[in-house]
Ligand binder design. Structure first.
Ligand code: C5P
Length: 237
């Protein structure tokens, strides 16, 4: 089993974006639950539901349930409570849901005390370019947008943000080490970027002091996922 515990190295969250359980479990069964985190996102959750999340949890994995809630405060409050009941380690909302929604999401976790999931907010999707922000009426630089939503999420008491790699260093400097940075869009040099527009290498992620990297297709589309994971681990040493 692969192990990637090194001091000051970004921890690896594997994005389990598969279309069926068999393919997902083929990879999961190769991983050490004490060192790799698993992300269950919209595709697998919609296909396999809560039962799958519980099964992964029972195998000993820390689960990032990445459903990126974005709704009215009351709906998000109850959705967060239900998600936390699954025993997941981390949950996500969209920071653009606004102040009241973020505060409501945080409040929903108050009753959990021990093993309270981390609550993090997505700032800008790593697939968005500045031109896409303009298309939805946001006329500011991507950096300013990410920093604005990071401040809002910090003010509302969230535990960290999902952000493109480029902005990570600034956010760490502003809010300190305990404010977690999670970065998707991780690619090795030979990888296809697919729909991502802000990609960084694992090595850069270490330089930027990112806490957790989310690695999906770099591994899941690889012919030899374990060799690829080893390469990623080595490049962050
Ligand atoms: O395959 P790839 O490595 O691009 O996967 C990235 C994963 O991270 C996907 O599961 C995607 O939903 C998620 N994600 C993202 N950008 C964000 C937040 C989450 O790509 N801002």
């Amino acid at each position: 089993m692969l192990n990637s515990s090194f001091y000051n190295t970004p921890k690896i969250i594997i994005a389990l974006d598969f279309c069926n359980k068999k393919s997902a479990m083929k990879l999961v069964n190769l991983l050490d639950p004490s060192t790799f985190y698993l992300k269950v996102g919209k595709e697998m959750f919609t296909t396999l539901g809560c039962k799958f999340v519980r099964e992964l949890h029972q195998l000993g994995f820390n689960i990032f349930l990445d459903l990126k809630f974005h709704d009215i405060p009351n709906t998000v409050f109850h959705a967060i409570k239900a998600a936390a009941d699954l025993g997941v380690w981390m949950l996500s909302v969209h920071a653009s849901g606004g102040k009241e929604m973020l505060i409501s999401a945080k409040k929903a976790l108050k009753s959990f005390k021990k093993n309270t999931p981390l609550l993090i907010a997505v700032t800008s999707l790593t697939s968005l370019k500045e031109k896409n922000l303009k298309e939805i009426g946001i006329h500011m630089s991507l950096e300013k947008y990410v920093l604005t939503l990071s401040k809002l999420s910090n003010d509302c008491g969230l535990d960290g943000v999902v952000c493109p790699g480029r902005e990570a260093k600034k956010i760490k400097l502003l809010y300190g080490n305990s404010y977690k940075i999670i970065t998707p869009g991780i690619r090795c040099y030979s990888d296809n970027t697919f729909d991502q527009n802000h990609v960084i290498t694992p090595k850069k992620a270490k330089e930027y002091k990112i806490d957790y990297i989310v690695v999906g297709r770099s591994i899941t589309t690889s012919k030899n996922p374990i060799k690829k994971l080893n390469f990623i681990i080595e490049s962050m040493k």
